[in-house]
Design a protein around this ligand. Structure first.
Ligand code: SF4
Ligand code: SF4
Length: 368
């Protein structure tokens, strides 16, 4: 669908959109402050949103601060994007049960998935969602749980009005404003929002909102805001050609990183595009039932490199190479683009303060 010319919605009338979504059967998810970070979780009204908060981020550091600007969405991101909503950290794929005759019955748990509207999704996370769609829906096999959750999802995107020092979505081509992949897009200004539909589903809600025509001044303010946020991003991931990092496996920087990296896997857990997992069967006490479980895993874990009785990545250097080379280099062959959307989470949540972008630029030769 073609993007519409934005209309304007007064700040407090955002609650009308929330009410319409609820009346249409959507559960609302949105950003809120939990445990000192901005997290997507269930919300019921505008008062749940993180008004007046802003995240300060740098490698190894995430802190919320009070912001003089009392907007709903004047922050960059929190530790998780949409990944846990569509691809849960732990999921039962099937159950097996031995019945009285001794035969084994396999049962796929019947799951009813709610319709969920997510309010306040940022451009880098919509780009990550497109990559997860490619992996879970557009390959040889379709993941039925992901598919069911995805079909029930409605996305209300918000163009960024602030970038943390870890953000670099401009250099990956994924932000700071959304271009596609959303149902409704908001640009937050002090007095309200420019509103545009990105899908027919989104358009149906817009026709029921108390919208005004956007003024030339509001449109100019939105353009200025976009340019200001883009200019705030001083961090830049330089282009990496297919095979470039793989060919640089002997670069001394890998060992330098390995001496700092704790192999904790935080970077892969917070990354919105990582999808590695392990599967195992859990028996119930009586021994006649089991559950086949899928759980998130990390390429930094020792067990992840254990294949057919061999450890294929027995050093932290080999595991860091696997993470970065797959994400930035071989992913391009696999999915047609890099697996990084510039959100910066892998740096903020790294306890060893490893700067993923700086390291990639060094190994890729951008700093030579
Ligand atoms: S790069 Fe940082 S977050 Fe990732 S495994 Fe190493 S120490 Fe943990
Ligand atoms: S690699 Fe790091 S910056 Fe890139 S998408 Fe993953 S978490 Fe975000």
């Amino acid at each position: 669908m073609e993007q519409q010319i934005p209309s304007f919605l007064l700040r407090n009338d955002l609650s009308v959109l929330l009410d319409l979504l609820v009346a249409d059967g959507y559960q609302l998810h949105g950003p809120q402050v939990r445990d000192g970070a901005i997290t997507y979780a269930s919300i019921s009204s505008l008062s749940d949103l993180p008004v007046g908060y802003q995240d300060q981020q740098k490698p190894g550091h995430y802190q919320l601060a009070e912001d003089h600007n009392k907007r709903f969405f004047h922050w960059a991101n929190g530790p998780q994007a949409l990944k846990p909503l569509l691809y849960p950290a732990r999921e039962v794929l099937w159950q097996a049960k031995r019945n009285a005759s001794g035969s084994i019955q396999f049962i796929v748990p019947v799951q009813s998935f709610e319709k969920i509207a997510v309010i306040g999704v940022k451009a880098c996370d919509i780009a990550a969602l497109k990559l997860q769609d490619q992996h879970f829906l557009q390959g040889e096999y379709v993941d039925p749980g992901y598919q069911a959750r995805r079909e029930g999802l409605l996305l209300v995107a918000v163009n960024c009005s602030y970038a943390a020092s870890t953000c670099f979505c401009v250099s990956t081509g994924d932000g700071p404003s959304v271009e596609s992949g959303f149902d409704i897009a908001l640009t937050e200004l002090d007095e309200g929002f420019l509103v545009a539909a990105g899908s027919e589903k989104g358009e149906r809600f817009l026709t029921r909102l108390p919208l005004q025509n956007a003024t030339a001044q509001q449109l100019d303010a939105a353009t200025q805001q976009h340019e200001t946020v883009a200019a705030m991003q001083t961090r830049r991931l330089e282009p990496i050609a297919v095979g470039q990092l793989n060919d640089a496996r002997e670069h001394p920087q890998w060992q330098d990183i390995a001496e700092r990296c704790l192999a904790c896997g935080n970077c892969t857990m917070v990354c919105p595009t990582c999808f590695c997992h392990h599967q195992n069967d859990e028996l119930v006490m009586k021994g006649d039932e089991s559950q086949h479980i899928r759980e998130w895993d990390s390429c930094f874990g020792e067990s992840h490199g254990q294949l057919a009785g061999f450890q294929v990545r027995d050093t932290i250097k080999a595991r860091y190479q696997q993470w970065m080379i797959h994400k930035l280099d071989s992913w391009q062959e696999q999915y047609g683009r890099s697996g990084c959307t510039g959100c910066g989470r892998c740096m903020s949540w790294c306890p060893a303060e490893i700067d993923f972008v700086a390291e990639a630029n060094i190994i890729g030769g951008a700093d030579e």
